[in-house]
Design a protein around this ligand. Structure first.
Ligand code: AMP
Length: 282
């Protein structure tokens, strides 16, 4: 608030901590567009299912503070669970539509938890700008809906997914992977690239696009696929055939052992046969 009263632009970067280069790129992006960046660090129990990894989720507050500061973060806001949800707390935000499928279907209550905590963090930080990662694609749609529907009036910036050298999307959960799993998990991005190449060559059928991704993923015997989907990027509708000019998103959720990984890529269906590239930072 004090910063805003001095006419400074404030950006917020909500995270669950255990920061990696993906998070830091969001902080840098915030700094590009604002005078001050607030990073929030909160492992939000509301967005974890009963059989998920809330307790095991990696935490290292000191390291996070150092990394965030090195990326240009001005203020770290790391509330305790009891501060966010004190006795008597009884509000939950549910966003319909985009939450009905994929992650929303597989993780009941997850997006309610996300929408609720992000609304609280927006109210606590009163930002002009908020930066989120494309890595959590469906979440970006939920946040945009929340921002519009509840009149937050914040500029929502979506930053591209930061990847390891083998294409694996960076994630705090990658620490659960063995060295071999981490190497093998490069197949996730390679399968998206394989689909992109086929789309560039003229493939338009949604189910065939999905089957190309599935076939590539299955070259690693250990992978258990949770879902593979391709959909219109703005609504997550899944028509049988995509049309030239459609902006689509291809989404994957899969397991390596107990570790659940997600990834996605966005692209436009080309009008002619050509090199179609992924769209980043949508
Ligand atoms: P998390 O701490 O996993 O809840 O993520 C906090 C924010 O960082 C979210 O907006 C994520 O989408 C974003 N994020 C996570 N991983 C990456 C990545 N590899 N590249 C870019 N942004 C990311």
């Amino acid at each position: 608030m004090a910063l805003r009263s001095q006419g400074k632009k404030v950006a917020v970067v909500p995270t669950m901590g255990y920061l990696h280069e993906g998070h830091l790129s969001l902080i840098r992006k915030g700094k590009e567009f604002a005078d001050a960046v607030i990073t929030t660090l909160f492992v939000n129990p509301l967005q974890f299912g009963p059989n998920e990894d809330f307790e095991q989720y990696p935490r290292d507050f000191k390291r996070d503070c150092m990394l965030a500061e090195s990326a240009g973060c001005d203020v770290m806001y790391a509330p305790e669970v009891i501060e966010m949800y004190p006795r008597g707390y009884n509000t939950n935000i549910h966003i319909g539509g985009v939450t009905d499928v994929l992650e929303g279907e597989r993780r009941p209550g997850h997006f309610d938890g996300v929408a609720t905590v992000v609304a609280k963090l927006f109210n606590a930080s009163v930002p002009d700008i908020a930066v989120f990662g494309q890595k959590d694609y469906q979440q970006t749609l939920v946040i945009k809906r929340l921002n519009t529907d509840l009149n937050f009036g914040i500029d929502i910036i979506i930053a591209p997914t930061k990847r390891e050298a083998n294409g694996l999307a960076m994630s705090s959960r990658n620490t659960y992977l063995s060295t071999e799993q981490r190497e093998n998990a490069g197949i996730i991005f390679r399968s998206l690239e394989e689909a992109r190449r086929e789309i560039a060559k003229g493939e338009r059928e949604r189910k065939i696009i999905n089957s190309i991704i599935i076939k590539t993923l299955k070259s690693i015997p250990e992978i258990k696929i949770d879902y593979v989907a391709s959909a219109l990027a703005d609504t997550l509708e899944q028509p049988e055939t995509f049309l030239p000019g459609d902006k689509i998103v291809m989404l994957i959720a899969c397991y390596f052992g107990k570790t659940r990984l997600i990834d996605n890529a966005v692209m436009e269906i080309p009008y002619a046969l050509n090199e179609a590239n992924f769209v980043e930072g949508i």
